[in-house]
Design a protein around this ligand. Structure first.
Ligand SMILES: [Zn+2]
Length: 376
């Protein structure tokens, strides 16, 4: 069974160890996203070499293609991704609301048309648990409703109410499957707090979900356009509302400034497509801010992306070479950039964990912010 044990705290920031059937990982942790069962452009060995230790795959994409039955026949996600560390899958709810067209919520189901072939697909709290039961991740997420950033209070209240009801139905479906995957490994179910930017709705959501005594809790529906200050305000109460001895996951957050602020407020887990997507768009993350490799000034640059970085790309390739590979449309360019960005995120989170243990998180955070966001 999944557990989380604290190792050190600094204010509300926590360092701990998350234990799963596929090994233990240290938190706070950043999970790279393998949307369709692959972290784009990287083998599992390259992914592991970046320092990444837990990854995410999207239920929505795996449900539509190749489908849970085929994933199951191929041995589950761990086997398909050649990854023996922990995997988390989301519920697909977020993609349905952001990608699918012609979606319709009726009672306890969401119906939509696949963006691939237009076929009609129905999601329910039960069938989403069943899909994840077949995919075989260590952590599965409940189906929830994420209202848009500009939703009315009433819409946020409705989304929260439905999400709480679906958490209960998800728990029952998870119990019925013995809290295990078809591959026979323990699976933890995380519930998702909703409520938008309204503190009273967030509080009610958390209180009702905590009563279900699930292995972990996520904060959903944040970083969708409400802005950094509002996000921080919503997270201010997380430490008080969610159990101290269970992992807390802020979904879809990857901006370094947001990660630092969320950890200061007691969050342990993150995921985002930002480091991998931006890598493919020629943007590198460094301790001194972002570097756009497409920039003409790098054409003759013999130095690596970041001279202080120890990743494979920085040990072996110059900025000039990477810029050329992008210009020539070589597959190696996004691969090298993805290696660098995921290595940066792994090192960033490792430095944060050390800082929490050292009891210097507030000072270190302020220094990193000044370095990464000069002039902000
Ligand atoms: Zn590097």
């Amino acid at each position: 069974m999944l557990t989380w044990e604290p190792k050190a705290t600094c204010g509300a920031a926590r360092r701990g160890v998350l234990k799963t059937d596929h090994g233990s990982v240290e938190t706070p942790i950043f999970m790279p996203v393998g949307t369709c069962g692959s972290v784009k452009g990287l083998t599992a060995a390259q992914l592991h070499d970046t320092g990444s230790r837990m990854i995410l795959a999207n239920t929505y994409h795996m449900l539509l293609r190749p489908g849970p039955e085929i994933v199951r026949e191929l041995g589950g996600l761990h086997s398909m991704m050649a990854w023996d560390g922990p995997i988390l899958t989301d519920s697909g709810g977020y993609q349905v609301f952001s990608l699918a067209h012609m979606r319709k919520i009726a009672g306890d189901s969401v119906t939509f048309r696949s963006h691939i072939d237009g076929r009609r697909v129905e999601l329910t709290p039960e069938n989403v648990v069943d899909t994840q039961h077949q995919l075989g991740p260590d952590v599965m997420m409940q189906l929830d409703i994420c209202a848009a950033a500009d939703a009315t209070r009433e819409q946020f209240a409705d989304a929260m109410e439905t999400s709480v009801r679906w958490a209960i139905q998800s728990r029952d479906a998870w119990d019925q499957r013995g809290r295990k995957s078809v591959q026979g490994h323990s699976q933890a179910l995380f519930a998702i707090q909703q409520g938008g930017i309204h503190q009273d709705l967030r509080r009610e959501s958390a209180e009702r979900l905590v009563e279900l005594d699930l292995p972990g809790y996520a904060v959903g529906g944040l970083a969708i356009g409400e802005g950094h200050e509002v996000m921080c305000h919503v997270l201010d109460e997380v430490d008080e509302l969610l159990p101290q001895h269970k992992p807390r996951y802020l979904m879809g957050v990857g901006e370094p400034r947001d990660i630092l602020a969320a950890i200061a407020r007691g969050i342990d887990m993150f995921d985002c497509v930002m480091p991998t997507r931006n890598a493919r768009n020629t943007q590198a993350f460094t301790w001194n801010g972002r570097v756009k490799m497409k920039n003409a000034k790098h054409a003759r640059a013999a130095e690596p992306i970041d001279p202080t970085c120890t990743c494979y790309a920085c040990r072996n390739y110059s900025r000039g070479t990477i810029r050329h590979l992008f210009a020539a449309n070589e597959m190696l360019a996004p691969t090298l950039m993805t290696i660098h960005n995921l290595h940066f995120f792994a090192e960033f989170l490792a430095a944060i964990r050390e800082s929490i243990s050292a009891g210097t998180y507030a000072e270190d955070s302020a220094r990193w912010l000044a370095q990464m966001y000069p002039g902000v």
